[in-house]
Design a protein around this ligand. Structure first.
Ligand code: PMV
Length: 318
């Protein structure tokens, strides 16, 4: 038996940051993301009668980049696979689990979202042959491996709240995405650690309410096609998350001087042109920019300006 699946990554404009204790990646606030169809993980699983336990291997293939998982990373990935096997009473069977991304894994874009979504999709495809699980149940299963992965099961715009995930129908169907890679190395503080640490910030008080309010405001702005408002809300939201990092006790930081340089450029660009990209940052130093399809020339301006200094990834849905 050889089963294959792939899943996209996603970038949040309203961030999932903070977990409810002991609830398998249940978030303390609702979040909202754009699905990055062009940045995908591919997973293949193969039953192997000679194995005494599941093993992970890099998936080989043209157009695929080799993923290097640490021992801890492998364990986390395989534990999630075992959880799904157990759910379908297949724990006595052992598999080769292979994975790879269609983007380099050492480029600062490697996201647990696409890997866990692809693994969950592949395992469910293999074991749930009667298709008993709904899309929301599959996403919820994936959430237990990596919270943000649950938002990768639909798109382009997805809300994740206490009821699960929901596709939100909005006028901005197609978006041009650009990632400016300021830092390529693995982050010193993983997002799992960040989720725990932010509760030590005094600013964490009121954080779920602020995120929920911004989510309501953002969806309204998008329905009104108010791109500037979308930019302002996304801007204050990622700074809110980074402020939690910087005011935690002890504080920690992902912001690089180069990240700030690009952020100031984005601000200046908006001032000079009365228009510009929506900008956000994850728990990392890299900058994500979203452009409307009629802003293609702006994207090219950003690209030609920054590609001399940084690696840049550009992609589009559809
Ligand atoms: O799913 P995790 O544990 O990797 O959480 C990542 C959370 C952020 O990427 C920082 C924000 C988000 O909502 O994606």
């Amino acid at each position: 038996m050889n089963i294959k699946a792939s899943a996209p990554s996603n970038i949040a404009l309203i961030k999932y940051m903070g977990k409810v204790d002991g609830q398998g990646n249940k978030p303390t606030n609702p979040s909202f993301s754009y699905t990055l169809e062009h940045l995908r993980t591919f997973v293949e699983i193969e039953l192997d009668a000679n194995l005494k336990h599941d093993v992970w291997e890099p998936l080989e293939g043209t157009d695929l980049f080799r993923v290097e998982l640490s021992e801890k990373g492998k364990e986390r990935f395989l534990n999630h696979f075992i959880k799904i096997k157990t759910l379908f009473k297949r724990e006595k069977e052992f598999y080769k689990v292979k994975s790879a991304n269609n983007f380099p894994s050492d480029c600062g874009l490697a996201s647990s979202a696409s890997s866990f979504a692809a693994l969950t999709e592949c395992a469910v495809r293999a074991f749930d042959q009667d298709k008993t699980l709904s899309l929301n149940q599959i996403a919820d299963l994936s959430r237990q491996g990596s919270g943000s992965s649950c938002r990768s099961f639909t798109g382009p715009w997805v809300e994740w709240n206490e009821d699960g995930i929901a596709k939100i129908d909005l006028p901005q169907k197609q978006i041009l995405h650009m990632a400016i890679i300021v830092e390529e190395e693995k982050k010193a503080i993983s997002s799992s650690e960040a989720h725990k640490k932010v509760s030590q910030s005094l600013l964490f008080n009121g954080r779920p309410q602020r995120a929920a309010q911004r989510l309501t405001n953002l969806i309204k702005a998008m329905k009104d096609q108010d791109w500037r408002k979308m930019y302002e809300i996304s801007w204050s939201e990622f700074w809110d998350m980074h402020a939690l990092f910087e005011t935690s006790d002890p504080h920690f930081s992902y912001m690089h001087p180069e990240s700030l340089l690009i952020l100031r450029f984005v601000e200046m660009y908006w001032k000079e042109n009365n228009d510009g990209p929506v900008c956000t940052m994850d728990a990392g130093a890299n900058i994500h920019l979203l452009f409307r399809t009629d802003q293609k020339n702006q994207l090219l301006e950003f690209k030609s300006f920054w590609e001399k200094q940084f690696k840049i990834f550009v992609g589009q849905n559809g």
